[in-house]
Design a protein around this ligand. Structure first.
Ligand code: GLY
Length: 366
């Protein structure tokens, strides 16, 4: 895999995608075409920051002005989702870290800082003080917490750094500690969901989520654990999160390595059908490259090589670099039981972040 050459090809493809899709928020490219505009379908959808994030990463790496302008436009559209409030959820970190915080960090835009503070305050408002967790989703799921949410904690760490108010980071750390206790299993695999009593905080169950079944091992959830715990370790300096990231990583590496570095959607699903989720590989690769920065010199090679294997496996067989089509990474799966083998905007984002990390050219977005 030639990371530099790939980056140039992706820049050319992204420029063509921007020309075709500059006025939409893309999510899934069906048959290589972004047919659905998430602005129309669901402005509050959790993936709606990845387009801006992808554009900011590539703007930072190659400096194309249209990438910046389109990212800024997307960020502005999300204001309506913030004002609406009712559709928002635990994933506001994904939405506003990659749009508003990225913009603020790269350009110093004060309006972006305010948008991000609104998002951080909304996320903090989802905290359950008895159970010490950020509740997932809406409706009657008052005691639900999920492994994906570890990635949203960066928004709270950012808000504390930005304001000097320790409450945001304290909430993030309490959530990470609860995740350590109820989501990470002794063998390094993890539950997607844990249900706690919203009044007492007592653990009452771990139902199936986007993986195969209760007790199985959803690979994207596992990749969120690798990257999410590594980020909590980075932001807090606490070794218990570093150890958790390593345990999650070792489980991910062992399962991906024995399948040509092409992660199954669920590591514990039946042998057939053999469903892949290349987004899990891209996310885990970014987490492993973050871990590489935090471990001793003796351990760095393990994480670096595993990340390279994961990204190379995508580059070899699961990539579409043609400027005429939309979507870069092929074969991602939103949920074991639906949306199988499609092009997902978050797979593109993490593949590009990983590729840039390999070259030391990434923008630190978390
Ligand atoms: N909500 C994050 C995911 O589906 O992976």
């Amino acid at each position: 895999m030639n990371a530099r050459e790939l980056t140039d090809q992706i820049a050319a493809k992204l420029a063509a995608e921007v020309r075709r899709n500059g006025d939409i928020i893309p999510y899934i490219a069906e048959d290589g075409v972004y047919k659905t505009d998430m602005r129309q379908k669901n402005l509050s959808w959790w993936t709606n920051g990845f387009w801006a994030g992808l554009l900011w990463q590539m703007y930072h790496a190659v400096g194309v002005a249209e990438f910046k302008a389109t990212a800024e436009k997307t960020e502005g559209w999300l204001d309506e989702a913030m004002a609406d409030f009712t559709g928002l959820h635990h994933d506001v970190g994904f939405m506003w870290m990659l749009s508003a915080v990225a913009d603020y960090r790269l350009t110093g835009n004060e309006k972006s800082r305010i948008r991000a503070m609104h998002a951080a305050t909304l996320l903090a408002g989802r905290y359950n003080p008895n159970g010490r967790f950020l509740r997932a989703w809406n409706g009657d799921k008052t005691g639900w917490m999920i492994v994906d949410c570890l990635m949203n904690l960066s928004l709270l760490y950012w808000a504390s750094d930005e304001t000097g108010d320790p409450r945001y980071a304290e909430i993030a750390q309490n959530h990470a500690d609860t995740a350590l206790r109820v989501l990470l299993r002794p063998d390094g695999s993890c539950n997607h969901i844990a249900v706690l009593d919203p009044v007492t905080g007592e653990l009452t169950g771990a139902p199936a989520g986007q993986g195969y079944a209760p007790g199985s091992s959803w690979s994207r959830g596992q990749s969120w654990a690798v990257y999410g715990f590594a980020l909590s370790a980075k932001h807090t300096g606490e070794t218990r999160y570093l150890e958790a990231a390593k345990r999650s990583a070792h489980y991910f590496i062992a399962n991906a390595a024995t399948h040509n570095w092409e992660p199954l959607v669920d590591f514990l699903a039946p042998e057939s059908p053999e469903l892949l989720d290349m987004s899990a590989g891209a996310i885990a690769a970014c987490g492993l490259l973050e871990l590489e920065k935090q471990v001793s010199v003796y351990e760095k090679k393990l994480y670096h090589d595993a990340a390279e294997h994961l990204l190379s496996a995508i580059a070899k067989k699961h990539l579409d670099l043609a400027p005429e089509t939309d979507g870069i990474v092929l074969d991602s799966t939103a949920d074991y039981h639906k949306d199988i083998h499609t092009r997902m905007i978050y797979a593109d984002y993490y593949f590009v972040e990983g590729l840039l990390r390999l070259q030391g050219k990434e923008f630190f977005a978390w």
